[in-house]
Design a protein around this ligand. Structure first.
Ligand code: SF4
Length: 76
């Protein structure tokens, strides 16, 4: 899965949401999040993010961000 990191906070762009083929972005409290079970790992959102906030969970220390993204995706 891909995850959104806190560089997203206060970013006004939603280019990532528009390109996602499975619509798995959700509004968190003050940033967007990706539902980790819905993301198909296509990677098209990553280069669209002007805040450099989207990363694959294969990078080190991403577990807490996966859980953060899951928690806020499931709030509504
Ligand atoms: Fe959506 Fe693909 Fe980004 Fe996952 S990697 S959030 S499926 S655009």
């Amino acid at each position: 899965t891909y995850v959104v990191l806190d560089n997203c906070i206060a970013c006004k762009y939603t280019d990532c949401v528009e390109v996602c083929p499975v619509d798995c972005f959700y509004e968190g409290e003050n940033m967007l999040v990706i539902h980790p079970d819905e993301c198909i790992d296509c990677g098209v959102c990553e280069p669209e993010c002007p805040a450099d906030a989207i990363r694959p969970d294969t990078e080190p220390d991403m577990e807490k961000w996966v859980e953060f993204n899951r928690k806020y995706s499931e709030l509504w």
